[in-house]
Design a protein around this ligand. Sequence first.
Ligand code: SF4
Length: 391
Amino acid sequence: MPLTNDTSRARAAGDRRPFEASFTRRTFLGGSAAILAAAAASRLVPPPLRAADPPVEARYYEKLSGARVRCLLCPRGCVVPDGGRGLCGVRENRGGVLRTLVYGRPCAIHLDPIEKKPFFHVLPGTSALSLATVGCNLDCKFCQNWQIARSRPEDAETRYTPPAAIVDRAVAASSPSIAYTYGEPVVFIEYVRDIAAHARSKGIRSVVISNGYIMKEPLLDLCRTVDAIKIDLKAFDDAYYRDVCGGSLAPVLETIATIRASGVWLELVYLVVPTLNDDPAKIREMARWIVSNVGPDVPLHFSRFFPQYRLANLPPTPVSTLDRAHDACRDAGIRFVYVGNVPGHEANHTICPQCGKRIIARSGYRIEAIEMRNGACRFCGETIPGIWREA
Ligand code: SF4
């Protein structure tokens, strides 16, 4: 996942807490011995227990001739021969049955402020029990979490953790939400859905941080189970998706529109990468698309890029570039535009679009003040969209 996600934002703020799993084999793309050593040293869990064998059958696939299968989970539509895996590396064909290798196998679990996701209109000031499994269905050159995204299930020593155990952990931590994050929840959707369904029965919300590269049927299933989804819109440019992320733009736009229509709370993050997706004309075009297709109330977070992974040659995003993007989107009518990864920036706060007063004041991930009552501005009574009450 890119700099826009919570781990990267945490790192930008100096938070380098270790992953909870250790990675045991060097099969990462662009793997680094130093990172592997650090990960191994960070082992916090007992030796792995055996999960169900064979692993849980995947949803969203069809059988083809010759024991092949076609995965219908994401737009890649991988055709997988017997014994093979899809491009995400975590869905395997065993004898003509597609199985998920990461169900119940979180490789990272942390308690984070929900502001780190970032969700700014969901339960501000609360914590979210946050988890990931390995695997991703995109291949972004700026990925901040490539250790997770590019690992295979056998690279990580994980402890089998059934959905109820995750929910128990959230209850024990008094966390009103569970976040599926760090890696890409699309590729562990079966696990997400089962945890989220159980969590809902216990009054705990679920929030998803995703690249949005998913087919409509599984997305609608996801929307029926979770409360909020944050999508990383990586650019408003198909060539960028193809060249920098190994995907395409249209499915992500369809995902965004589908989530909004479903009623699930939606926020967007756009990582501004210097020279690659910072064209002001494209950003204005994106703003118009957002207003026309999902409305002006969907919060948009511009996030500052820092050089890393396969884009280590680029400089950090100039703050002036972020300011221009912010202003262009406000001018286009988007009511809640934020700037992230820039400590102390004025656009870290939530401003009432009616009276212009500061209604949620933030300092990093800390909430300093909330000037709202019953989901409305305390000063002028304007309704502020979002999820403001625990389930
Ligand atoms: S989820 Fe994985 S296996 Fe399925 S189509 Fe996408 S990349 Fe291929």
